[in-house]
Design a protein around this ligand. Structure first.
Ligand code: CA
Ligand code: CA
Length: 308
């Protein structure tokens, strides 16, 4: 009798325990579902906010073109970052960057996808100035060029097939600079040294002297005025383009100027809008690569979220 009561008691305790576990499980799942739904709703809302900001950036670029299509410098309205704006339940921040202030990785090859040795030399100088290994210039050129025979310090399929897992060289143009991470031996730290100074734009896109970052300018204008001091450069850019094409031409001898005259400009077609949205605890960043053409129509060519 006592034994039976004992078994009944244990059964009751086990049942209560199972019921409790189930209740907790259901409760937790409902809470998680609610949270997940709230998170998704916030992301969805954030996405629309970011697309709105992108459309606004296009307006700003279009107005800028109407003002003067021939000059783009850092004193203009588009270049001023958006201070944090309150939105429903969060905040929006945004900035536009002229991507022609960077070194275009695709310029390491010409339109026929043959390596441009002058560009390789310029990229080597840029890498040196930012404290990265200059050898990436040849490796990157091999990654892009049509040829499958490696440059002196370069790498083609032979190198890539020996990696784990094995893969092949792209032998084509890139649409994102993160492809540099595929180069043999590239580390995250090394890539982060290079990343702020490079872009992936069409072959033939010029470098805007008015917005070029100090190491980029230093790598391009070789043998003339030293533009490597970023603070000095910024101080000179307060109210207009600096250095202008005239200034750069004046600082170089004829041969040096002729070697870069077709590579530089004072205006830009390629910009990137970076929009950071926070709603509640959800947060994300939208990167929009935008092209403004010479008839002032603006289109978003590439969007990515999270990473550039
Ligand atoms: Ca402008
Ligand atoms: Ca190649």
């Amino acid at each position: 009798m006592n034994r039976q009561r004992g078994v009944a008691l244990i059964t009751a305790i086990v049942l209560v325990a199972i019921a409790t576990i189930l209740a907790v499980h259901i409760g937790t799942r409902a809470a998680l579902d609610l949270r997940r739904t709230a998170g998704l709703a916030a992301l969805d809302q954030g996405w629309h906010v970011a697309l709105g900001a992108e459309a606004w950036a296009a307006e700003v670029l279009s107005d800028d073109y109407d003002d003067d299509p021939d000059i783009d410098h850092l004193g203009e309205a588009w270049a001023q970052p958006l201070p944090g704006l309150p939105i429903d339940g969060g905040e929006l921040r945004g900035a536009l960057e002229d991507m022609q202030g960077r070194f275009n990785l695709n310029s390491l090859v010409n339109a026929g996808r043959v390596i441009d040795q002058g560009a390789v030399a310029r990229f080597q100088r840029l890498l040196f100035h930012v404290g990265a290994q200059p050898r990436w210039a040849s490796i990157m050129a091999d990654w892009l060029d049509e040829g499958t025979i490696p440059e002196l310090e370069g790498a083609e399929d032979g190198t890539y097939l020996a990696q784990n897992p094995p893969y092949r060289a792209a032998n084509g143009l890139i649409s994102t600079t993160t492809e540099m991470m595929a180069l043999p031996g590239m580390t995250r730290e090394e890539f982060e040294r290079i990343r702020p100074y490079v872009a992936a734009l069409p072959v033939g896109t010029k470098i805007n002297l008015c917005t070029a970052k100090a190491p980029v300018l230093t790598a391009i204008v070789e043998g003339g005025t030293d533009f490597s001091d970023a603070n000095l450069l910024e101080a000179n850019r307060g109210d207009g383009c600096y250095p202008t094409v005239e200034i750069v031409r004046g600082t170089l001898d004829t041969a040096a100027w002729q070697s870069i005259s077709s590579l530089v400009s004072e205006n830009s077609d390629w910009f990137r809008a970076v929009t950071a949205v926070r709603i509640g605890t959800s947060e994300f960043t939208l990167y929009s690569l935008m092209q403004r053409n010479r008839s002032n129509s603006i289109r978003t060519v590439l969007r990515s979220t999270g990473t550039e």
